[in-house]
Design a protein. Structure first.
Length: 358
C-alpha cells in the first residue's frame, strides 16, 4: 500500500505524513521556548535556563496525551535529586568520597522511584548537577526552572495541535491489517509446502499491536488535563474492528506457534509415530498441516474483510466449512490443537457479525 511500510520483522506502524511531524515539532518548539523566556523574565538574568526547556524534549517525544505521568515522575526525581545534592553539600566536605556518596545515593533513589521497570534517571542527574555547581541559589533555581518547564508541558502540550486519536488508530489498524495479511499468506504457503517455520522469527510486536492500538485509543479519547473527552465519529466502527483484531491476534499467534512446533517435530522425525502418539495423523510426515492451508487462506480472507469494515459472512462460511471437513477427516487431539487458533478466530468473527443485543 502506498505511503506505508510493513516489514515482517519490524513493528507495524501507521504512515506518517508531513502533518504528522510538523505538529509535534512545532509543539516541542513552543513548549521549550515558553518556559525558557518565562524563566528569563522571572529571574531577570541572562543565565540559560536549560532545565526549563529539557522537559519538552524528554516528555513530548512520546504520546502527548500521556505527558502528565512522565512529567510528574520527572518533577519528583528533580525534587529528590535537589534534596540529595543539597544535603551532601551541607553535611559533607567537598572531597572525592562525598561525590561517591552522591553517586550511590542517586543510583539508589533512581531505582527506588522507578516506574514500570524504568529507573527515574532525573534523581541521579539532578543530584550530580547540584553537587557540581555549589553556587548559592542554584538548587532553588533548578527546581523552579524544572517545575515551570514541566507545568508548561503538562498544561500547554495537549492543547497545541493535538493529534486525532481516531485517525491515528485507523491508520494503525490498516497497517496491522496489511502486516497480518502478509503473515497469514506466509503461514498458508508454508503449510501447503510443509515448511511452516518462517525464515525470520515471528514478530511478537505484530500480534500485540491491536491491543496497543485499542488501549491507546481509549486513553486518548478520555478526559485529559484540559481537553474534554473526544467524541467518536457518527458511525463508530473503529472500536469493534479494533476489538476483533485484539481478540483474534492471540488465536492466530497460537496457530503460528503450533505450526512451528509441528515443523520441528517433522525435522526430528517424531510425527506419525503411533508409539509416540496414537492420535497422531498416520500419513507421513504430517498430512494435517498441508490440509489446513485452505482453511488458513479462507480465514485470512474473512478476517481481512472484517478488519476493513467489509462483509465477511461469505468467506467466513467457507472457512468454517473447510474447518469442519478438516475436523471430520482428522479428529485427533493433536489436530484439534492445530485447529484451535482458527476455531477461536471463527468464533470471534461470528460474534463480530452478530447484531448487538439490547
Amino acid at each position: 500500500m502506498p505511503g506505508m511500510s510493513v516489514s515482517a520483522g519490524k513493528r507495524v506502524v501507521a504512515p506518517i505524513g508531513l502533518a504528522g511531524w510538523v505538529a509535534p515539532a512545532a509543539r516541542l518548539v513552543v513548549c521549550a521556548a515558553v518556559p525558557w523566556y518565562l524563566c528569563l523574565w522571572w529571574f531577570g538574568t541572562s543565565t540559560a535556563p536549560v532545565a526549563a526547556a529539557l522537559p519538552s524534549v524528554l516528555i513530548l517525544r512520546d504520546d502527548v496525551f500521556a505527558a502528565p505521568r512522565p512529567a510528574l515522575q520527572r518533577l519528583l526525581g528533580v525534587v529528590v535529586g535537589v534534596v540529595l545534592g543539597v544535603t551532601v553539600l551541607h553535611w559533607l566536605p567537598a572531597v572525592p568520597a562525598s561525590f561517591l556518596v552522591v553517586l550511590v545515593c542517586g543510583c539508589a533513589g533512581m531505582y527506588l522511584l522507578r516506574h514500570e521497570g524504568a529507573p527515574n534517571q532525573q534523581v541521579l542527574i539532578t543530584a550530580v548537577m547540584i553537587y557540581a555547581t555549589p553556587t548559592p541559589g542554584y538548587p532553588l533555581a533548578r527546581l523552579v526552572e524544572s517545575a515551570i518547564g514541566i507545568a508548561v508541558v503538562t498544561l500547554l502540550g495537549p492543547l497545541l495541535w493535538p493529534p486525532n486519536p481516531y485517525r491515528e488508530a485507523a491508520g494503525g489498524l490498516e497497517a496491522y491489517r496489511t502486516g497480518l495479511r502478509a503473515r497469514l499468506e506466509q503461514i498458508a504457503a508454508g503449510a501447503a509446502s510443509g515448511r511452516t517455520v518462517p525464515t525470520r522469527p515471528d514478530p511478537f510486536a505484530l500480534w500485540h499491536r491491536p491491543h496497543e492500538l485499542l488501549v491507546t485509543l481509549e486513553r486518548r479519547t478520555g478526559r485529559t488535563v484540559l481537553l474534554p473527552p473526544r467524541r467518536p465519529p457518527a458511525a463508530d466502527t473503529l472500536r469493534p474492528r479494533l476489538r476483533l483484531a485484539a481478540r483474534t491476534a492471540p488465536a492466530l499467534l497460537l496457530l503460528a506457534r503450533e505450526l512451528e512446533v509441528r515443523e520441528l517435530e517433522v525435522r526430528e522425525g517424531k510425527v506419525g509415530d503411533p508409539a509416540a502418539d496414537p492420535a497422531a495423523a498416520p500419513d507421513p510426515p504430517d498430512g494435517a498441516v498441508p490440509a489446513l492451508a485452505p482453511v488458513v487462506e479462507a480465514t485470512a480472507r474473512a478476517l481481512d474483510a472484517a478488519l476493513g469494515g467489509e462483509d465477511c459472512a461469505a468467506p467466513l462460511r467457507l472457512a468454517r466449512d473447510l474447518a469442519a471437513e478438516h475436523r471430520a477427516a482428522r479428529p485427533g487431539r493433536r489436530d484439534a490443537v492445530l485447529r484451535a487458533g482458527l476455531d477461536l478466530t471463527h468464533e470471534a468473527l461470528t460474534e463480530h457479525l452478530a447484531p448487538p443485543t439490547a
